[in-house]
Ligand binder design. Structure first.
Ligand code: AMP
Ligand code: MG
Length: 418
């Protein structure tokens, strides 16, 4: 029986990370997963494709942590050294792993390409390791369990591309870690909108301060607030005891809660539309398609998103959406009246059950004392009329656009729910 994993840290390998060419999202992903599992992580390292420095990094990481994640450097080329260096750190030899060779060969056959000799390198794996097949790429990952100075240590090697690493982690590494940890955390996420972070904390402060198990902790979000309720269970059979705390939170802040779970705002809205067999179109000015692009990330979005348009220019608002010229003249393009006319016109144009109009000043230029940067008007139109929201959003252009889209979805959500 190997000692439980209580601490873990990550070493991301790749010169592209060190020089700022690639954003290190693997550290972020793994860290978040570890935190959700209650595995403590006190260090993160990035190291270039250099065997000596990587070996030194592994040695010091495995001195202080039970488990070390290594991401990247599992490719077929000469600069991909992670497997060989990790094997050396654990004092293991690399041998050809026949099932991995077969899997790689199959990928090449499927692509109609010749497998070159250097691809065989990806099937060279440390003796006595747990091989993690890669269903999204050629490089298998692996888990090496070894001893260092009499202590149980674990190296977990994962491919660099996030599209390969993430499913491998969730499908194979997570179940392994569950077996190897003694702590069992049950997490419930409560997502809120329409309440500021400080207000939310004030409303829940005594709960945050006094709860020991389960605990509740706030997380800042962009234009929204999230709380994580965490129960530390003694065993997997321990009953879920997060109910009363969740109930108390709902009692105090229920009107702001849009999701208890993992879904984001636009996913909640998408599910509502699908449930009701309702269709949606969007006319976006300052967000220029951002809201629709968010919906586009959801598989099956075409079931509810009929169409929409980017309506920046006044001519487009007039001629495509039928916003009256005199309205634009009188109220301006960033106005409640214009948002309503955009939503109504969009619903007519696309023949949908719901339509959203978004117009605002994203900045950094274009603000006036009456209509400052960050002013956004939102409208939702359906057969029964229109609902609007006005926002004054702080921050840069990206934030203004993101929070505008988020609130457009919230307005739509509330309208759908009645
Ligand atoms: P490698 O496994 O080193 O060949 O990495 C393949 C690709 O994965 C790199 O070109 C990057 O685009 C990506 N990648 C590697 N490490 C990371 C990381 N820590 N975060 C995000 N992407 C990464
Ligand atoms: Mg690399």
């Amino acid at each position: 029986m190997r000692a439980p994993i209580q601490t873990a840290e990550t070493i991301c390998v790749g010169t592209e990370l060190l020089i700022g060419h690639t954003l290190n999202t693997n550290s972020h992903f793994v860290a978040r997963q570890l935190s959700l599992m209650g595995i403590n992580s006190y260090y993160q390292t990035v190291v270039g494709d250099n065997p000596d420095r990587l070996l030194a990094a592994i040695r010091s990481a495995s001195t202080r942590s039970d488990c070390v994640f290594l991401t990247g450097g599992l490719g077929p080329t000469a600069d991909d050294i992670t497997m060989a260096v990790a094997a050396r750190a654990a004092d293991r030899n690399l041998t050809l792993h026949e099932p991995s060779r077969q899997a790689i060969l199959e990928i090449f056959t499927r692509m109609g390409r010749e497998m070159t000799d250097n691809n065989l390198k990806q099937a060279m794996l440390p003796d006595q390791s747990i091989v993690l097949p890669n269903r999204n790429g050629t490089a298998p990952g692996c888990i090496i369990e070894f001893e260092q100075d009499g202590a149980d240590k674990t190296l977990i090697l994962l491919p660099g591309p996030p599209s390969e690493l993430r499913p491998m982690f969730l499908e194979q590494v997570k179940p392994y870690l569950v077996q190897r940890t003694s702590r069992i955390l049950r997490n419930t996420f409560v997502r809120m909108i329409g309440i500021g972070e400080s207000k939310a904390e004030t409303v829940l402060k005594d709960l945050i301060d006094s709860q020991t198990n389960p605990t509740i902790a706030p997380y800042a979000g962009e234009g929204e607030v999230m709380f994580r309720i965490t129960q530390l269970a003694q065993s997997h059979d321990d009953p879920d005891n997060t109910g009363p705390l969740l109930e108390e939170v709902t009692k105090r802040a229920g009107e702001y809660i849009y999701e208890v779970g993992e879904r984001k705002m636009h996913e909640v809205v998408a599910d509502l539309l699908v449930e009701r067999h309702a269709t949606l179109s969007m006319a976006e000015s300052c967000t220029a398609g951002l809201a629709q692009s968010m919906l586009g990330e959801i598989p099956g979005a075409s079931r509810f998103l009929t169409g929409g348009l980017v309506a920046y220019a006044n001519e487009v608002k007039r001629e495509m959406l039928g916003v009256p010229a005199e309205l634009l003249e009188r109220e301006g393009a960033v106005s409640e009246a214009c948002a309503i006319a955009m939503a109504d016109g969009c619903r007519l144009l696309f023949g949908t059950d719901y339509a959203v109009g978004i117009t605002g000043i994203a900045g950094p230029d274009g603000g006036t004392p009456e209509k400052p940067v960050g002013l956004v008007h939102l409208a939702v139109s359906d057969a029964n009329g229109c609902e609007t929201r006005v926002m004054r959003i702080n921050g840069n252009r990206a934030r203004v656009r993101g929070v505008a889209a988020l609130n457009a979805f919230d307005l739509l959500r509330r309208r759908i729910l009645g």
